[in-house]
Write a protein of this length. Structure first.
Length: 552
């Protein structure tokens, strides 16, 4: 029998002071070995996976590793660089790279052109540019971790290669069409996205956390109760949402968890113990529960990086939307979990949510107006029209869940005012989704007693930029006149002013881009770097924003 093959990975996921996790997909059942520690693969619908927990590492160390399958080295190939695990524990600071929205397309023309030059164009991949730079640097200059803030894969916008596989498997003129239909096709998306030779090594050396957003499932996923009912009425949505949840659990969610959490994760331990037995029925039941019992399913997670804490909130799957007059971004159960982890006594509190909490003021007001109209502020006819506008313009951010917006604003106030331990030097919201990048500086009223610097840092897209027409439209929406008009509409619909103010110290940017948040002691600095179509032959990054959040 031929040797077992590594299909995908290794992905370095969690890294702590003395432990780490490494994720792989193989072509058949086997024993996976990393640094002398072994794990037997588990099986899901004919696919084989392993998540290895590596214990006993030295703090503040750098350890090279390879991957062995049934005792034979399967990765890296001879002459290629291998993996590296850099544990926490040093005092040299910490840098988190982050971004969202990456379509998987080839890295040559026409795909490296702009959309205006060719409709297929998505320009130069910012993650590829980051990986290329890392390959020429010593590890001490790399980011310490990577956060992917949504749309890691596009189930509703597939590459030509995936479209060909879909057409060979089923009739693309019916059902889900040329979009992903089920778990099997999701496995193709992940293999294409993370098997990209330009990224594979980077994902083996850079600890990566991730959370899903709408395109991981479907554009506008869970925008409203009306939208959800429309989708459930189709004959293809059931297989799509089940495939989305099962694949997300395997490919993304498990790696977000620390070893201690994995040991207490009943479902993971059951699946892990099944070995060659197909775990699909078990995971399908879980996915059905996640779909139907939103309040009791938690995809949010927390990571500690030395003296910084990162709380990642699921702002997509956990929504309560059945009643369009009383919508919540998080269920009551999830808010209780968030309050437990949004605390002080850290130098920096990072709060990641795929959807920005603080939009441009005009967009914020427009979404507040739309929510009020959809809830009946201007009558039933206007509510019907408002729903059409909501779906057409993607008006479904925190501003369109006003009670939840106010709730999170108050949670951050409590932390910054020292009600949950000593106030952090900074509270930084990390987001994506909106296909432009910016920094927003947030000001609470003096009476609120907030001592922390509070900012919203948004970085989107990694690779899926707007065309010139879309950029002009968005710039118009960000203008002062649009802000005044939208604010007037919001007031007429009975929307009250928010309890905080915010401003953009610099204009947003619209390119493919990646951000870095650098923390050293009580100091924090945000950098956003973009790519250029002129660099398609040798991708590199160009600084577009460099701003000190707090000097310590």
């Amino acid at each position: 029998m031929a040797a077992c093959t590594l299909l995908l990975g290794p992905l370095l996921r969690h890294v702590g002071e003395t432990d780490a996790t490494v994720w792989v997909e193989t072509d058949r059942p086997c024993t996976v070995e990393v640094l002398g520690q072994t794990e037997t693969t588990f099986t899901v619908a004919g696919h084989h996976y392993a998540l290895l927990v590596l214990d006993g590492l030295e703090p503040a160390s750098a350890t090279a590793y390879d991957v062995r399958l049934d005792g034979a080295v399967a990765w890296p190939a001879e002459g290629e660089p291998g993996g590296l695990i850099r544990t926490l524990g040093g005092d040299g600071g910490f840098t988190l790279a982050f971004g969202s929205c990456r379509v998987s397309l080839p890295h040559e023309e026409p795909y490296t052109l702009t959309k205006d030059e060719d409709p297929a164009g998505r320009e130069v991949d910012a993650l590829v540019a980051l990986g290329r730079r890392m390959g020429g640097q010593p590890p001490g200059r790399w980011p310490d971790a990577l956060l992917l803030v949504g749309d890691q894969v596009y189930a509703d916008e597939v590459s030509p290669a995936i479209a060909e596989r879909i057409a060979a498997r089923r009739d693309p003129t019916v059902g889900a069409g040329e979009e992903v239909a089920d778990f099997e096709e999701y496995t193709w998306l992940y293999r294409e996205a993370w098997g990209d030779p330009a990224l594979r090594w980077m994902l083996s050396v850079l600890p990566t956390s991730m959370i899903f957003d709408d395109h991981d499932v479907h554009d506008d996923w869970n925008t409203s109760g009306t939208w959800e009912r429309q989708m459930r009425a189709t004959d293809w949505w059931e297989d799509r949402i089940i495939g989305a949840y099962v694949s997300y659990w395997i490919y993304q969610h498990l790696g977000n968890l620390a070893p201690a959490d994995l040991r207490e994760h009943d479902l993971f331990q059951r699946v892990r113990a099944m070995g060659d037995e197909d775990a699909w029925p078990e995971l399908r039941r879980y996915a059905c529960e996640a779909r139907d019992e939103v309040a009791g399913t938690r995809w949010s997670f927390v990571r500690d990086f030395g003296t910084a804490r990162m709380v990642v909130l699921d702002s997509r799957a956990g929504r309560i939307i059945a009643d369009d007059t009383q919508r919540q971004m998080l269920s009551d159960e999830q808010w209780a979990w968030a309050a437990e982890h949004l605390t002080g006594d850290v130098d920096h509190l990072l709060v990641a949510t795929t959807l920005p909490l603080f939009l441009a003021p005009g967009l914020h007001a427009l979404e507040g107006w739309n929510e009020a109209v959809c809830a009946g502020a201007w009558g039933r006819g206007a509510a019907w029209a408002g729903e059409k506008i909501r779906q057409a313009l993607d008006l479904e951010h925190w501003a369109a869940f006003r009670s939840s917006f106010d709730h999170l604003v108050d949670e951050l106030r409590a932390v910054g005012a020292g009600e949950r331990g000593a106030p952090p030097a900074s509270i930084v919201l990390l987001s994506g989704d909106v296909h432009h990048a910016y920094l927003a500086e947030v000001g609470y009223p003096r009476a609120a007693g907030v001592q922390s610097a509070v900012v919203q840092a948004v970085c989107s897209p990694v690779r899926n930029p707007l065309d010139h027409r879309e950029r002009r439209m968005l710039r118009g929406a960000l203008s002062t006149s649009a802000s005044i008009a939208a604010g007037t509409l919001a007031r007429l619909a009975g929307v009250r002013e928010p309890a905080v103010r915010w401003r953009f110290p610099e204009a947003p940017t619209f390119d493919n881009q990646i951000a870095s948040l650098s923390l050293r002691g009580r100091a924090a600095r945000l950098t956003i770097e973009k790519t250029s179509v002129e660099d398609r032959a040798a991708p590199r990054l160009h600084c577009s924003l460099d701003r000190i959040i707090t000097g310590g």
